[in-house]
Design a protein around this ligand. Structure first.
Ligand code: PMP
Ligand code: GLU
Length: 400
């Protein structure tokens, strides 16, 4: 048997998640005894708040360990529906909500549910790594529309309009954005909505997983606009705002037809999310907890810290991200330089050099649709942030 021939074409042409790959490389190097500072994985470094863990213990103790309905328990769907209304001004009934094993699965459900071969999905770049791979895996074609650091990495409505064809089925973006931290203003979202509204059959997938880590204090959901209400799927989850990455809990609210289709997909693939995660998730959502706000404040302080230090590194261009916990500096100044043994020709080389020479894990911008930048996650301690940037600076001094 030839294993390569056994693997489907679809999987062979799929990229390994670059964020997960770089995080693993950093772990492998650390396992060899090297002191690596990993700023590669997008994962809050805080523990899950105690009251959420307590809710899960109680759920387990009372025997909440069985299958739940595929789209989630009625209790968590009610909690999500109420959260959408009270915090976002969004109107999704519990029947329009599907709870999944992470927002990643919510996104996969949607693309599997709507895409036929050749359908196009507009993906503003820089984008989160997994969007394009999930779209391709589901038979669709990602149509990438790019924005640079000078525009704070935000595409405008006319860029999007130019990319629309009669094959366009959807657009997906995150705001606050992974990997740039950019946040669309209400005005920017309204102009994007006005362009999309001209086309009856385009749906919007608004990935709002970084909602609680927004330093502008104004989180706008595109699904609240009158012309977008009936065609927006709003994706969110517990991984970032509640520091619950390992609990695998995400959700979406969507028009009823799309929620039904996602329910059908999920019912054949994974069934409902973990029962006790769901019970604890409902408690987390209803608590309006101070921990969420404290984590945001900590990220904001660290954003200021990492930006101040990165600005001291010659040649790097940085902007001022308004949310999430990433910075996305332009490092193209170093293309064509060498330290004698390694030459940096692109962002992949830069990221690799930072790992092997400076022992700092980052992710190349190429994975996010931008070849001039790298992503640094500042979900790390102050000391790690300062030391990581110091190492990068010292390392780059030898590249001429
Ligand atoms: N969307 C974005 C923009 C993300 O950064 C992540 C991070 N993992 C996800 C979705 C998926 O999150 P999860 O599956 O952990 O809920
Ligand atoms: N979303 C996070 C990141 O971008 C976690 C890793 C992943 O799920 O890809 O790093």
């Amino acid at each position: 048997m030839t294993p390569e021939l056994m693997i489907s074409n679809k999987v062979r042409s799929m990229e390994v998640s670059a964020t997960l790959k770089m995080a693993q490389k950093a772990r492998d190097l650390a396992a060899k005894g090297v002191h690596v500072i990993s700023l590669s994985l997008g994962e809050p470094d805080f523990d899950t708040p105690e009251f959420i863990k307590e809710a899960a213990y109680q759920a387990l103790k009372k025997g909440n360990t069985k299958y739940t309905p595929v789209p989630g328990t009625m209790d968590i769907r009610k909690a999500i529906s109420e959260k959408f209304t009270s915090e976002n001004g969004l109107d999704y009934a519990p029947s329009q909500i599907v709870v999944s094993n992470g927002a990643k699965q919510s996104i996969a459900n949607i693309f599997m549910a709507i895409l036929n071969p050749g359908d196009e999905v507009i993906v503003p770049a820089p984008y989160w790594v997994s969007y394009v791979e999930i779209i391709k895996f589901s038979g669709g074609i990602p149509v990438v529309v790019s924005a640079d650091i000078e525009d704070d990495f935000k595409v405008n409505a006319s860029h999007i309009e130019a990319a629309i064809t009669d094959k366009t089925k959807a657009i997906i973006f995150s705001s606050p954005c992974n990997p740039t931290g950019s946040v669309f203003t209400e005005q920017e979202l309204r102009s994007i909505a006005d362009v999309i509204a001209k086309h009856e059959n385009i749906i919007v997938i608004a990935d709002e997983i970084y909602e609680y880590i927004n330093f502008t204090d104004s989180h706008i959901s595109i699904g609240t606009f009158d012309n977008m209400k009936h065609r927006t799927a709003t994706v969110n989850g517990f991984s970032k705002g509640f520091s619950m990455t390992g609990w695998r809990l995400g959700y979406m609210g969507a028009p009823q037809w799309l929620a039904d289709a996602c329910n059908k997909v999920q019912g054949q693939i994974t069934s409902g999310a973990a029962s006790f995660s769901q019970e604890a998730g409902a408690v987390a959502l209803r608590a309006k907890s101070k921990e969420t706000v404290e984590m945001k404040e900590a990220f904001k302080r660290r954003r200021d810290l990492i930006i101040a230090h990165l600005k001291q590194v010659p040649g790097l261009k940085v902007n001022n991200p308004q949310g999430a916990f990433y910075v996305f500096p332009d490092i193209s100044y170093y293309f064509g330089t060498s330290n004698g043994s390694i030459t940096i020709n692109n962002a992949d080389d830069f990221s690799e050099a930072m790992l092997t020479e400076a022992h700092v894990g980052t992710v190349s911008g190429s994975a996010f649709g931008n070849d001039n930048c790298i992503r640094l996650s500042y979900a790390a301690s102050d000391d790690e942030i300062i030391e990581a940037v110091r190492r990068i600076k010292v390392c780059l001094e030898s590249f001429k």
